[in-house]
Design a protein around this ligand. Structure first.
Ligand code: SF4
Length: 194
């Protein structure tokens, strides 16, 4: 006996299922909307982040759950996970990073085009975690600049999503001139990046 189909009997309007991107600040009138280029670019970037997962250990498993259907990172426009640094703009470092891996993390970061952002997911990537040893990097911010730190060992998928949403806030508010500023250049130079 086939199972009776009981779903989709009540048709909901399509808009009720969609969460729409909010308008940036601007002036609106009949037939026009005026805002700044930075805000439009920020809105587009915010809702189309392409993550590059750099997962070395247990925190990577939490990321797999975050990408799965239950937590579904694609709700934030971030479902396009890439494994070529040249096509991604969000580096997510998840797991213990041994000192030998430090130059590799930096190499991946250097291969990403600007603008690029970085999340340190979990205690190990943020601070070395429980591995206060001679062989483990005590935080990836010793080799590359980090925008958001997600605490936890491991962080739950909700915490990773919270980290992505904080990146979205940064991306939305970032001026398109920031990457050419003296402060940003000085930040990169402090990491030995030209
Ligand atoms: S923070 Fe904890 S769960 Fe994450 S990689 Fe380190 S030891 Fe594993």
């Amino acid at each position: 006996m086939p199972r009776p189909v009981s779903y989709n009997l009540i048709q909901k309007p399509l808009e009720a299922d969609l969460s729409m991107a909010e308008l940036p600040e601007g002036n609106m009138g009949e037939g026009f909307f005026a805002t700044s280029l930075s805000k439009v670019v920020g809105l587009a970037r915010k809702n189309s982040i392409w993550p590059l997962p750099f997962a070395t250990s247990c925190c990577g498993i939490e990321f797999m759950a975050t990408m799965g259907s239950h937590y579904d990172l694609s709700r934030f426009g971030s479902e396009r996970v890439g494994f070529s640094p040249r096509q991604c703009d969000l580096l997510m470092v998840m797991g213990t990073i041994a000192k030998k891996m430090g130059p590799v993390v930096k190499q991946v970061y250097l291969q990403m085009a600007e603008p690029r952002w970085v999340i340190a997911v979990g205690a190990c990537a943020s601070s070395g975690g429980i591995f206060d040893t001679y062989s483990v990097l005590q935080g990836i911010d010793q080799v590359i600049p980090v925008d958001v730190y997600v605490p936890g060992c491991p962080p739950r998928p909700e915490a990773i999503i919270d980290g992505v949403m904080r990146i979205q806030d940064l991306v939305e508010k970032e001026s398109i001139r920031r990457r050419n500023s003296d402060q940003y250049r000085a930040l990169l130079e402090s990491y030995g990046i030209q």
